[in-house]
Design a protein around this ligand. Sequence first.
Ligand SMILES: [Zn+2]
Length: 117
Amino acid sequence: MLAVLRNPGAMQRLSFNQSRQRYFLSLRFKQYVYDKGLEELRNEARFMVNKNIKNKPENDGNQTPINHPICIAMHATATCCRKCLFKWHRIPGYLELSEKQVEYLVSLIMGWIRKNC
Ligand SMILES: [Zn+2]
């Protein structure tokens, strides 16, 4: 996976991180994923990353709620805010994300969803 090439060990470190492990998909969210399908969900993930993560927002750190399976996946993969992006993926907060970086985050989010559904 692209993630492994870019930042070896990031996902492994994340999976050992206690605060990240508390995230899981409820039955209701799993049903949502099933009903939507992975293709549509990938579009939603891309939409959310472009809207809230691509550029650092004023409320960075609070832009991602926990009321949607994509949001849960974003917290679990540390793609929820620019602070976490820097801490775990070494992407500086002052840069606008490139198309490639957006797709990298989307692949992390979708990878987590596939694994946790
Ligand atoms: Zn965060």
